[in-house]
Design a protein around this ligand. Structure first.
Ligand SMILES: Cc1cc2nc3c(=O)[nH]c(=O)nc-3n(C[C@H](O)[C@H](O)[C@H](O)COP(=O)(O)OP(=O)(O)OC[C@H]3O[C@@H](n4cnc5c(N)ncnc54)[C@H](O)[C@@H]3O)c2cc1C
Length: 492
């Protein structure tokens, strides 16, 4: 038997580290268990672009967490992203399935939690370039994610530094495999380290070990046929262990088990995330162009909304295409506006000086049909509406079976570029049921004494789709709540 702790946190991503820091604030002796080796720690959170979706009253709230320059203040219009808009987005995108209590907690605690993270040493930046284009001399923010950590690696590094400084123990290569429970509730965690099993005692446990996106077998079982073929955007270690451990002792499965966050991802990216490349295999600039599948056809409205509200469901659409891939097509009018991820060396990209040459380079595509589709699209663009990349401008196509609703521009000015994408899964939506105090519930809706949950392994927050930046925010809000309550429970 190992030394005992007040609180054990399972996982070492953003939700887990927020839980650990918050439990420690209560005076608890905290152990963090990380399945990955130190050099791969931090889960999906390490791979993120760092976007945080928080309630934000324009400049006033941005300034609470970001050090803006005078020039940035003078040239930017920050969005007024109210709690009502945030709740509206969560409701609309989840087809009003989101658990309303969890939604309110997520939204109402968002800004305060970002401020708290800053106080722990996390650096926040404003997201010029990805969330605001320079248009007619000004940046106007859109999409509800004006602030973010400066990338996931820096976020996790800052959180780990804060944890170590606060005296929290982090144990790497320690895979939690079971919860220990007695008559009064949770008593600890069984782990396996280098094939040796070990029981570690604690008065309370926070599960924050991610979803099951890296488990090919569970993906196929719960998400359905074809999901075994998706690439994993992030960590290889999120195989559903925390969910299984809780279900094994009677926790309630909750949320959208047959759905997941999945987006467009470089078709030649490796099977799991690569920490050197991070989020740069994602290709979120598709609203500026069109997408063609192997049949040479468009298959979705690329301009339905700003990418923040469409990318997380696009992966599923890509998986349903013949051979599970597509090419994103752009011309020189927009190439300078593509996100920096389009310029990495490992982007699957072809360039050409004519459309004929371009389609000739699109591997696996019906070239004749591809050319025809581009020409039909060009002819359908409504040139009468002015283009505005910072808002839904209504500049669409006329008469196409699959319209492009906003930001439609002809693809006619060389040089042309195409980027090959497939489905990359980010995280799964099904998981455990928790209260707004982050207590894990059993099938009779009773809290399992001493057991708390946060982050990706919680169900009931996201269904079908997802607004960008809500994952880190969700993990931070409920991680912080879980840690506080786990600490208070352990010491009470
Ligand atoms: C490429 C990419 C970009 C993204 N960009 C953004 C973004 O900009 N903004 C945003 O909000 N969201 C983003 N997301 C989503 C975001 O990563 C998640 O919503 C969030 O990080 C989940 O946090 P978490 O702490 O729940 O899980 P994770 O960060 O995945 O942490 C899970 C932890 O549990 C550990 N673990 C797993 N099993 C065990 C076990 N048995 N025992 C011990 N430890 C275990 C893992 O190793 C890991 O440390 C992105 C995701 C990816 C992959």
């Amino acid at each position: 038997m190992s030394a005992s702790y007040d609180v054990i946190v399972v996982g070492c991503g953003n939700a887990a580290l927020c839980a650990a820091l918050s439990a420690q604030e209560q005076g608890a002796k905290v152990l963090v268990l990380e399945r990955a080796p130190k050099e791969e720690c931090g889960g999906n959170s390490t791979f993120t672009g760092g976007a945080f979706r928080m309630v934000c009253r324009g400049l006033e709230d941005v300034r609470k967490v970001v050090d803006l320059t005078e020039e940035e203040i003078a040239t930017a219009d920050f969005e007024d992203y109210t709690a009502e808009k945030y709740l509206d987005d969560l409701g609309r995108l989840t087809q009003y399935r989101i658990d309303p209590d969890l939604a309110e907690t997520l939204v109402n605690r968002s800004t305060d939690t970002v401020v708290w993270l800053k106080s722990k040493g996390v650096r926040f930046v404003s997201r010029f370039g990805t969330q605001a284009f320079k248009h007619e001399g000004r940046f106007k923010f859109f999409g509800g994610t004006m602030v973010g950590a400066n990338g996931g690696a820096e976020l996790i590094d800052a959180e780990i530094k804060a944890a170590v400084k606060a005296g929290i123990t982090i144990r790497y290569n320690a895979r939690a495999i079971a919860l220990l429970q007695g008559r009064d509730g949770i008593e600890g965690v069984r782990i396996v380290d280098e094939r040796v099993e070990e029981d570690i005692r604690a008065r309370s446990v926070v599960l924050a070990s991610g979803g099951f996106e890296a488990n090919r077998e569970w993906r196929t079982r719960y998400l359905g046929a074809g999901w075994d073929l998706a690439k994993v955007r992030g960590s290889r270690y999120n195989t559903g262990d925390g969910i299984q451990m809780a279900l094994d002792i009677g926790a309630q499965p909750y949320g959208n088990w047959s759905s997941a966050h999945a987006c467009e991802w470089d078709m030649n990216a490796p099977e799991y995330g690569d920490l050197v490349v991070g989020d740069a295999f994602s290709k979120h600039s598709y609203p500026l162009g069109i997408m063609l599948n192997a049949d040479g056809q468009r298959f979705c409205d690329e301009g339905e909304d700003v990418y923040n509200y469409t990318y997380a469901k696009l992966g599923r659409t890509l998986l349903a295409q013949p051979a599970q891939f597509a090419w994103q097509i752009f011309d020189s009018k927009v190439i300078s506006k593509l996100r920096s991820s389009y310029r990495i060396k490992r982007s699957t990209k072809v360039s050409a000086n004519s459309l004929e040459e371009l389609v000739g380079k699109l591997d696996g595509v019906d070239k004749e049909q591809a050319l025809k589709t581009i020409r039909e699209y060009n002819a359908a663009v409504n040139q009468d509406v002015p283009l505005n990349p910072n808002e839904k401008d209504g500049r669409g196509t006329i008469g196409l079976a699959i319209p492009k609703t906003n930001w439609a521009q002809t693809i006619d000015t060389p040089p042309f570029e195409a980027h090959g994408v497939t489905c990359g899964i980010t995280f799964t939506f099904g998981g455990l049921k928790i209260t707004t105090d982050a207590e894990v519930l059993d099938v009779r809706e009773r809290p399992i004494p001493g057991l708390y949950g946060a982050g990706e392994l919680v169900g009931g927050v996201f269904y079908f789709n997802y607004p960008g930046g809500a994952g880190l925010m969700n993990g931070a809000v409920f991680g912080r709540i879980a840690g506080k309550n786990a600490g208070a429970y352990a010491l009470g």
